[in-house]
Design a protein around this ligand. Structure first.
Ligand SMILES: Cc1cc2nc3c(=O)[nH]c(=O)nc-3n(C[C@H](O)[C@H](O)[C@H](O)COP(=O)(O)O)c2cc1C
Length: 156
């Protein structure tokens, strides 16, 4: 569903240590530094998250916290889009909006619409994990298009 000319690479956040200011003061752990460099090098970011207790999972917040400290925090001015999915009907809307709040504070430039809130996700993917719901595919494609346009515009 990616627009022509756009490539995407997936950055896993598993295995990050818990945030610790004393550790950070001595230098970013290698796994965190790789994440920070990947964000800095990207033309845009796409967050894809489930919802945990009406917010984002703690591991995602922890990863964002690690790279959010000045100087050179890499979310500053970065084009960002957010997608979420859940088994329930609301499609991780609270996680989506909590993440928006965090990223707004960090001065990321967020694509406001369309929102990609995949509710009842279990019925929208086949057994191999392919997205088979046509309307959801349209929302995803539209948001990716908007993110790419936004990134190109900001790059000048
Ligand atoms: C601790 C925890 C809290 C959850 N809270 C929510 C929630 O607030 N809203 C929701 O729609 N689903 C909630 N779920 C279900 C997740 O949406 C579901 O686990 C997720 O879609 C699957 O992703 P995962 O395998 O990475 O956990 C929760 C799941 C866990 C484990």
């Amino acid at each position: 569903l990616l627009p022509v000319g756009v490539t995407i690479s997936i950055h896993e956040i598993a295995g990050f240590p818990e945030y610790n200011e004393d550790v950070r003061a001595e230098g970013l752990p290698e796994i965190v530094a790789r994440f920070q460099n990947a964000i800095a090098a990207a033309d845009g970011l796409l967050f894809v998250t489930p919802e945990y207790n009406r917010s984002i999972p703690g591991v995602l917040k922890n990863a964002v916290d690690w790279v959010s400290r000045p100087p050179n925090q890499p979310f500053d001015g970065k084009p960002v889009a957010i997608m979420g999915a859940s088994r329930g009907r609301l499609g991780a809307i609270m996680a989506n909006h909590h993440l928006r709040q965090i990223l707004t504070y960090l001065n990321a430039q967020i694509v406001n619409g369309p929102e990609v809130l995949v509710g009842e996700a279990a019925s929208k993917f086949d057994d191999e994990g392919n997205l088979i719901d046509e309307q959801t595919r349209e929302f995803v494609a539209d948001q990716l298009q908007k993110l790419a346009q936004f990134a190109r515009k900001l790059k000048g």
